[in-house]
Design a protein around this ligand. Sequence first.
Ligand code: NAP
Length: 253
Amino acid sequence: MYTARTAPDGSRPVAVVTGASAGIGAATARALAAAGFEVVVGARRFDRIEALAKEIGGRAIALDVTQRESVEAFARAVPRINVLVNNAGGAHGLDTIAESDDDRWRTMWEANVFGLMLVTRAFVPGLEASGDGHIVNVGSIAAQEVYPGGAGYTSAKHGVTAITETLRLELLGKPIRVTQVDPGMVETEFSVVRFDGDVERAKKVYAGVAPLVGDDIADIIAFVVTRPPHVNIDHIRVTPLAQATAMAVHREG
Ligand code: NAP
């Protein structure tokens, strides 16, 4: 259990979590609320974030990170911010480069890379004004390695690594910490989305493995954002015990 610091102006610190309608984002919103943050959740499926906001005493605002107007309206509705968790994103398909699907590539790049930039750009002024800001980018082990059929996703997540490392340089000297959390296999809706709603195929990804769950990543994010303000955790890579790399997975049975 971690405890949010009171904001420099004495108020409760505000955390924004994108992609909070499922999986890692929903778990992170709950963990940050439990730590004492006032949490603002964003995603396209408004009914889900509305129910979550009610549960955790936070605010829900509809958000499509790929649409500049949506991101700017979201940011206008959140005048005070201390922590931004850029979590929205995911994978679509497992197509080889030779058989790539244009729409899937665009969707992956727009949500994981372009959307992350739009949201970050909208909130950097507020994070700086807070005097104690923090950006947490949810990357992936795909942000560091590649696998066959994964290039649409791995290239996008490698882009997230480039953005995180660039932000760290560009924001040096400002009161904004920058962290990237790179999970391996986490059982969420991720694989169902990747395989266009094919639940049976998604289940096979986790067969014979005890995967991470959303709460495992939420716990890490709550940890990094509650360190003292002079402590910047640049990067955390976390996998299930049974997973060494994207391709090296030990399965029981
Ligand atoms: P998930 O259960 O499918 O959740 C994905 C979230 O992203 C949903 O809330 C979805 O909300 C949101 N999202 C997608 N596109 C969006 C858009 N255009 N605008 C706003 N929100 C959008 O998957 P997850 O595992 O929690 O994924 C969260 C993050 O972790 C992603 O960045 C993913 O790449 C990363 N990750 C996942 C794993 C894993 O194994 N699960 C591993 C490493 C990294 P709406 O559809 O309601 O908009």
